[in-house]
Design a protein around this ligand. Structure first.
Ligand code: GRF
Length: 202
């Protein structure tokens, strides 16, 4: 009996079956994807990453799906409604329960989001509600802000507007350019995204 339990525990750990089945949506470099995959392998993680979806066939981040032997699928979103329908079918088939957006450049519809209410989160490179959308670091520097940062938030139908789960603030120095700032913020993103996921499921 005890042996069975130990075996089961071990199997669960190896297969990740006791974890929340998660998909990561990407469109580009995928460094947050890589970081989340690593996070999904540690003991205290609540998630297993079972699927990667990309809106771009050439997204660099797709290589991490290959590297870590995670199922991947590319959707071109030409017919948005049809694509979302097909994604939902796939998520259902794969028993996905949680969605992490990480550099995903499409805006999901209200109908899609409703199906995964409070189960879709995103990481954004600014201290929301400041600087929704693109070019966040350029705007922070142009406005001579003293601080920048990143936020993990729930995804709603309004761009970058859902409830913030966690934020990390960093100082902008006079030497910072949008490139150096992006690098610094990204480093913090790698800590913040896993921490926010732990916060949600604990
Ligand atoms: C990150 O800065 C993230 O906050 C934003 O897009 C960027 C994605 O970077 N949403 P990567 O593809 O994870 O390297």
């Amino acid at each position: 009996m005890l042996l069975e339990k130990i075996k089961l525990n071990l199997m669960e750990k190896l297969t990740g079956h006791n974890k929340i089945k998660t998909v990561v949506f990407i469109s580009g470099t995928g460094s947050n994807l890589k970081n989340l995959i690593k996070f999904s392998k540690i003991k205290k993680t609540p998630i297993s990453i079972d699927l990667v979806i990309s809106s771009a066939p050439l997204a660099k981040g797709l290589k991490y799906a290959d590297q870590f032997k995670i199922k991947k699928k590319i959707f071109n979103f030409k017919n948005f409604k049809e694509t979302e329908k097909n994604i939902l079918i796939l998520l259902n088939k794969e028993k996905i329960r949680f969605i992490c957006l990480a550099g995903f450049m499409k805006i999901l519809s209200k109908e899609f989001i409703k199906k995964f209410d409070k189960k879709i989160i995103n990481i954004h490179p600014s201290l929301l509600p400041k600087y929704k959308g693109l070019n966040t670091h350029e705007r922070a520097i142009k406005n001579k802000d003293k601080f920048a940062g990143c936020s993990v938030h729930y995804v709603t139908a309004k761009l970058d507007s859902g409830k913030v789960i966690m934020q990390k603030k960093i100082k902008i120095t006079t030497k910072d350019t949008s490139i150096s700032l992006a690098k610094k913020v990204l480093k913090q993103e790698y800590k913040l995204y896993p921490a926010a996921i732990i916060k949600i499921f604990n």
